[in-house]
Design a protein around this ligand. Structure first.
Ligand SMILES: Nc1nc2c(ncn2[C@@H]2O[C@H](COP(=O)(O)OP(=O)(O)OP(=O)(O)O)[C@@H](O)[C@H]2O)c(=O)[nH]1
Ligand SMILES: [Mg+2]
Length: 201
């Protein structure tokens, strides 16, 4: 049973003051176009819960999806999209960093990266910052369907090595929103962080 099947949109936030009261939540962060919204749709097994676009940089707000009483999965706006105006980039950066720094109910962060180019400079920046904040991080290499099995395993091993060197304690997995490869492992991690009972079977 997937405990995230009943995931539903709760709130879109552009100011810290509008954050909903919460018991526990998990945030999904990563570069623009990495596949954050697609991952949410895959979890919910709904095609259009979170907005997915061919144009990067579309999710500009912090979007809260409810998965039980006081529990949320949070879709963060992506970073690293060059064509976004500087002023707007700064506003999002401030919102996201303040959210990550101050949100007491934040149990952990999923760092989503395209398996074809993981650990870009801004990913490292977020990772190092999260290490300092002490929030646990689960790194997910998505779009695994775009790689051969061998390429995917090679990327997984190389990323594992780099993380062990620079950000020990960060867990890592392959994932695909398209094929649902890795969905069980991801659901398990999220359920654990959110303290949601993951029904067996
Ligand atoms: N093949 C494949 N394509 C994917 C996968 N996940 C996402 N995509 C595609 O990648 C593009 C970006 O996906 P989004 O889910 O919108 O990415 P995002 O991280 O939410 O992007 P922003 O909201 O701009 O930060 C879309 O064209 C998706 O269809 C995947 O696992 N496999
Ligand atoms: Mg998005």
């Amino acid at each position: 049973m997937n405990p995230f099947h009943p995931l539903s949109f709760a709130r879109s936030v552009t100011r810290l003051a509008d954050l909903p009261p919460a018991l526990r939540e998990v945030a999904i962060g990563g570069r623009s176009n990495a596949g954050k919204s697609s991952l949410l749709n895959a979890l919910a097994q709904r095609r259009r819960l979170a907005y997915v676009s061919k144009t990067p940089g579309r999710t500009r707000e912090i979007n809260f999806y409810r998965c039980g009483e006081g529990r949320f999965i949070v879709d963060l706006p992506g970073y690293g999209y060059a064509r976004v105006p500087q002023a707007m980039r700064q506003t999002w950066g401030e919102l996201v960093s303040a959210y990550l720094r101050t949100r007491a109910s934040l149990a952990g962060v999923v760092l989503l990266m395209d398996a074809r180019h993981p650990l870009m400079p801004l990913d490292w920046q977020l990772l190092h910052w999260l290490q300092e904040s002490g929030k646990p991080v689960h790194a997910v290499l998505t779009k695994a369907d775009k790689l051969s099995r061998q390429q995917a395993l090679r990327t997984l091993a190389a990323t594992r090595q780099a993380l062990d060197r620079e950000a020990p304690g960060v867990s890592l997995q392959l994932f695909s929103s398209l094929t649902r490869q890795g969905a069980d492992e991801l659901v398990e991690r999220l359920a654990y962080w959110l303290e949601i009972k993951n029904a067996p079977g």
